[in-house]
Ligand binder design. Sequence first.
Ligand code: DX5
Ligand code: ZN
Length: 217
Amino acid sequence: MTVQINPSILSADFARLAAEAEAVKGADWLHVDVMDNHFVPNLTLGVPVVESLSRATDTPLDCHLMIEDPDRWAPQYVEAGAGSVTFHAEAAHAPVRLAREIRAKGARASMALKPATPIEPYEDLLPELDMLLIMTVEPGFGGQKFLDIMLPKIRRTRQLIERHGLELWLQVDGGVSAETIERCADAGADVFVAGSAVYGTDDPAAAVRSLRELAET
Ligand code: DX5
Ligand code: ZN
């Protein structure tokens, strides 16, 4: 399994986004958290910022939409330059149609599950997706404590992916750090989002390298 490390710019300096992207050169994707203050109790950025950031960096953008009505907004993030767009299962009105639209517009389609949302009802949708995101904190804020109780869900999802012979990536987001990344990798995750564990350090590029090493062992 190829490990990918995606720093979350939620923990970066929003006034210096281009430099913060440069500071994690070597990362696989930049994770961009879009929050609308409805789906989650926090507000971050939208389409114009994604558009500017995609012009300012060569690192592809992994946009995590924590918003209501992603059916309406997600396609605009593809047009803004996102290489991967994740919508939440709890918010999407027509997830199959939406995943197909994201793919048709040329991006990777991904769906996220909040901690209390089980994977099983979505089993038949997996072939429509390029990535599944299992939240390991309640979405909305960086720097929260990793929820160990999500490990069995990660394990069950990996089993489903294998049973169906799918290529789908399995991403974890929330509280991923040097202390928790090995447990996630052991449970079957292969794409790791880390905000505070990368941007909360003096050397973000070195933090990416050491997280990668831990996940690969
Ligand atoms: C939280 C966001 C995460 C956040 C993770 O809702 O989806 O991407 O930036 O931050 P850490 O890694 O600090 O938990
Ligand atoms: Zn996120």
